[in-house]
Design a binder for this molecule. Sequence first.
Ligand code: PLP
Length: 487
Amino acid sequence: MRKTNTIFGKSDPGVAGVSLPDTDVANVNIDEIIDDEFLRKESPNLPEVPESQVVRHYIDLSNKNYHIDKNFYPLGSCTMKYNPKINEVVANFDSIKNLHPDQPVETVQGAMELIYELEQMLKKITGMSRCTLQPSAGAQGELAGAMVIKQYHIFKGNDKNVILVPDSAHGTNPATVVRVGYKTRVIKSDSRGRVDIDDLKKNIDSKVAGLMLTQPNTLGLFEDNIQEITKLIHDVDGLVYMDGANLNALVGIVRPADMGFDITHMNLHKTFSTPHGGGGPGSGPIGVVEKLVPFLPVPVIDRKDDGSFFWNYNYPNSIGRLHGQFGNFGILVRAFTYIKMLGDRGLREMSSNAVLNANYLKSLIVDKYDVPYTDGIMHEFVISGIKQKKRGTKVLDIAKKILDEGYHSPTIYFPINVPEAMMIEPTETETKKTLDEYASTLIKIDKLVDDNPNELRDAPITTPVQRLNEAQASRNPDVRWDFEISD
Ligand SMILES: *Cc1c(COP(=O)(O)O)cnc(C)c1O
């Protein structure tokens, strides 16, 4: 055991890691401009490390970490697709990265034009009337959308308190519903893994404020009765919300507004290739139909007659402000670049390839692994490890063995309506060769279930930490920074 191989543990007092240029502003005494009570009494505890050590430290950490630039990352529902480096080049233009959000609008017209143009692109992709780019993640987009639903009913004087959520919904959907003070009512799936229309009809009454539906759903399937579903909800003046986090199966092929949705969010950090994971910055814009535009968060970006852009706060029925500024601008720049790079045809190919890759990978492993729903697979599919479980190996063991094979594990035990679920999303950015290799790994693991199950039970053995006691980690979390790590 070695004490603290964090950057703090590597600190060597007196060793300078920075050389600052001479200041070009006059020196002032800090206590002349800041009240004594706000001044630090002791120096901050900062690591003192030379640049070479800083670089080695973080390269070492990035090697321990798993990321999309390292290898295939088929984590279902997360769209861990390759992030083209051109996105980073553009986001790092001086004229973009050096902007300050409080600059006067006359000096940031270019940045505002980019936000405005991105909104136009998202309108074209979704068929919606307007979008807000403020939400910082898909879940915050859902919150914005659910608040818009509530605001709509308040302004119409509707007495509503229930939002319907299919049992195949992403976990954030029911959480969002509860957060805005509505109740959820769960709708069953039918034998095809789609919304059970009879159960839906049974649950619709005048109290229904709306329906939140993930499209494609969490089984990776297209809800093909969607126009009937949206009509049933509209008949009671409900609104239909599309969880469009995984729009990479639909862009250029079908638009949420045409399916009858009133609101959709889209995860720019999935569909439009910006780095994410580990809670990193994201962006979850929502688009809404015309009648919901007055409720969008402020400020809304608008254009004056002279063509200049301004932040419009004059939306008296708005749900309010959702972001300290105007959204995660750096992520918007990356998504803008990606969409511009692909163009109309490229985006349609993106969606077709996402669907092709998922169906191809499924076809390679379907003899060994049970795939309960195969009819209409879009960008991802769910396998059930029940055949392996009957032979004594849990899907958890399979997932851990996948780590030893040099891949990130798929999502497991979700969705909950499939036993021993394993959710695989290859994404459109992987080659046939990568998918072939991955399929052979899964087939090899299936063989180990009979030949050497202990190798699965002991996995992983090649990762920085081995199998963790997950229950203990959640019951007794230890979040101090000065922990000990074995080498
Ligand atoms: C990822 C995802 C979300 C949540 O998005 P975040 O950006 O992680 O908040 C919601 N719904 C679906 C279907 C998703 O895949």
